[in-house]
Design a protein around this ligand. Sequence first.
Ligand code: SF4
Ligand code: ZN
Length: 315
Amino acid sequence: MECERCGSPSVIDRPYDGSHPCERHFRASVRDRFRREMHRQFPRFSGGRIAVALSGGKDSAVALSLVHAYFDRRPGAEIVAVTVDEGIEGYRSATMGKADELARRLGVEHRIVRAKEELGATTDAAAARLGDAQPPCGFCGVWRRRLLNRAAREVEADVLVLGFNLDDLAQTVLMNVVRGDVDRLVRMAPHRRRQPGLVPRIAPLATVPEREVYLYARLAGIPFDHSECPYAGRAARNVFREVLWRLEETLPGTRHTLLRTRTKLAEALEAAGAGGAPVLCERCGEPSTGPVCRSCQYLDAAGKPLMEVSGSWGP
Ligand code: SF4
Ligand code: ZN
């Protein structure tokens, strides 16, 4: 196939909008969508720190590269990449190597936060202890969010950029709808306002499908790690991924529609009081939706002595 804009060989077929761009127009379209989302999700920037969650995988690597290019000519912007080491033997060390390579290439400050040091727990140890009772992505994701938020707050970041792509977000919308979790549907990124203790999270790759993020990373020569987490097969979202693939095949554009629907719903639900404001966890002092945050509850379940944990965080 040929690019509909210039006649050069196309690099991708996009059924959801009927286009099949060449490399040049494909890469430009990813940058355009990223820029549009940056303007929409983070409209008032007048200098400050931008924290970027960097795992070393394709999504966060592309997000950091585009954030770097976006703020390159804006005075007063300082970018800090943050990598969380959850403690997953044989997996995280490889992705962290790529994260470091990219941060160095871009000349971006890179901070590494280790769950073992900050929480006294690792995903491996908790997974071994909890066995089949608890899919590891549940506690691993909660702990990572807590560590990322804290790191972003410590560097006084105005915003925390996440590499979530269109597929990730559409899956999350569907999961929250199926579970009837209206509050989480409202609270999911991108955040429109600042809440006490929480650095607003934005997702400027929100309208770029996962395979386009991958293709962009390959074509742009962005270093990233290809390996998959050993626990990924147990993730609850896998079934939603499959359902969405099938829906997208039959009804191209489903993922975009889900995301737009969520935006409209969140506005109406927020106006009606859903989502709520966070309180501070009585054990660790981090933002929470109840007296004890989910991170502390998971630490309880994983058998970590809580005194040690609350001491390391402080109110
Ligand atoms: Fe953690 Fe699950 Fe991601 Fe693995 S796939 S790093 S267990 S959230
Ligand atoms: Zn807590």
